[in-house]
Ligand binder design. Structure first.
Ligand code: EPU
Length: 419
């Protein structure tokens, strides 16, 4: 078992370079299944979810060549199966994109019900509604999802809830369908736009990604033979922005798209932090104790749920009483139990957490209950008095590349220890 050991009260200073976006990479990798040819993907984050996806693609018949730790060439001319390795797909959430991609390519898909972070109820009814509207028959039984269609035909699909996964999965299933598919009320996250850009680069005809309506004109084939670079990770950038404030530091964040970070910039400035945003990089620095704030997580361009725990660490040390309303995931306050072990004064009532700011957290042994909770606990450990030990690192490694190395370069006293 591994743990991170952090000696706290170290202001973080210096530069950090942001990796490619996890939530774009885990959609673009399965999207390559729609290509009857080769493609090259650059700026892939070196994280365990990406490695898992590459293993799955190889088992389906893809030939993958690693050109560098962040760049692969995939040859998908000989996909031999529509059945994803069920034990592997059950290990992580983003395996649900295999349903849309295999359905699009083979008109048939079999995938284990996706696992992933325990954030409460995670239904996929909107994905299924979309596949069925396109003409597929979908069966969920014995822990598997089976989808099959004689033919996929474009249609209009209204999303009852704004869902990142359902928007992207329907996009995948409809790229090679006959006719035009309209997705009404789609998610607008940067990774939705990135998937559309990737597919268009490979020969698809998708318009409107990032707006209120996405229109997908089905094409006969995606030929590929192109290179695509994955968008920088908005959540990793936001994590380091909040780390600058939590640690009382001064960090320059490079290789990010500041337009994607507007809601975070606005909140950091509201609580008294300083931000200087400049196209593909920004500087965030602390000059005084943050003040209280009220936050509600929302789909993009609102404040992202994936930065809620990291913001919670900042508010745990802010002056006054702050309120966070979590509107996306019912169990995303599990990290507050861990912060309480470090002395935080937080009360959770359903979807709302109330933070009575304290002067300083104190180090303690804590558990990373999910990916972003893990990131938040690193911020907490760096800002706390004394020593913090973080367990369950597998969650963190799924989504952050070289996390302790990046924090160490900024001055954090952080070590990974095998027990
Ligand atoms: N929902 C439904 N029905 C569906 C799909 C979603 O009711 O068919 C509900 C969910 O229960 C939730 C809301 O809609 O309340 C939004 O869910 P969404 O489908 O957008 O989430 P997701 O696609 O499963 C992705 C990210 C999450 C991120 C959310 C929200 C990936 C692989 N995961 O999940 O990322 O929190 O969007 O932005 O892209 C993370 O990176 O730590 C993470 C959990």
């Amino acid at each position: 078992m591994e743990k991170l050991v952090i000696t706290g009260k170290t202001p973080l200073n210096g530069e950090v370079v942001i990796s490619g976006a996890k939530n774009a990479a885990v959609a673009i990798l399965p999207a390559t299944l729609l290509i009857n040819g080769c493609c090259t993907i650059e700026n892939l984050p070196n994280i365990s979810d990406v490695k898992l996806y590459c293993e799955i693609l190889e088992k389906l018949g893809a030939k993958i060549e690693w050109l560098s730790p962040h760049e692969i060439k995939i040859d998908n001319r000989n996909i031999t199966s529509h059945i994803a390795p069920l034990d592997t797909t059950r290990k992580f959430r983003a395996s649900y994109y295999l349903i849309g991609a295999l359905l699009g390519r083979c008109k048939e898909a079999e995938v284990g019900i996706p696992g992933g972070c325990n954030l409460g109820n995670r239904p996929i009814d909107q994905h299924i509604k979309g596949f069925e509207a396109l003409g597929a028959n979908v069966e969920v039984s014995q822990g598997n999802i089976k989808a099959k269609a004689k033919k996929l035909t474009g249609t209009s699909i209204y999303m009852d809830v704004v869902s990142v996964g359902a928007t992207m999965n329907i996009m995948l299933a409809s790229v090679l369908a006959e006719g035009t598919t309209i997705i009404d009320n789609p998610a607008k996250e940067p990774h939705v736009v990135d998937l559309a850009n990737f597919l268009n680069t490979m020969g698809a005809d998708i318009r409107g990604a990032g707006t209120d309506i996405i229109k997908i004109n089905g094409v006969k084939e995606l030929k590929g033979n192109a290179t695509y670079s994955i968008v920088p990770d908005q959540i990793e950038a936001g994590t380091f922005m909040l780390a600058a404030i939590a640690s009382k530091g001064d960090i320059t964040i490079k290789n990010c798209i500041t337009k994607h970070l507007e809601s975070i910039i606005a909140k950091i400035e509201e609580i008294g932090g300083n931000v200087d945003a400049n196209g593909d990089h920004l500087r965030v620095w602390y000059s005084k104790r943050p003040t209280k704030a009220n936050i509600k997580t929302l789909p993009y361009p609102g404040f992202p749920t994936d930065l809620q725990p990291q913001m919670g660490v900042v508010l745990a040390g802010a002056s006054g009483t702050s309120i966070i309303n979590e509107s996306i995931w019912e169990s995303r306050f599990q990290y507050t139990d861990e912060l309480r072990k470090m002395g935080a004064n937080i009360t959770v009532q359903g979807k709302t957490a109330i933070f009575e700011g304290i002067e300083s957290l104190s180090g303690a042994p804590v558990n990373a209950t999910d990916l972003r909770a893990g990131a938040a606990l690193i911020l907490a450990g760096i800002s706390a008095k004394g020593i913090t030990e973080i367990y369950n690192l597998n969650h963190i490694d799924r989504g952050y590349e070289n996390i302790e190395e990046k924090f160490r370069k900024l001055g954090a006293k952080i070590e990974r220890i095998s027990e």
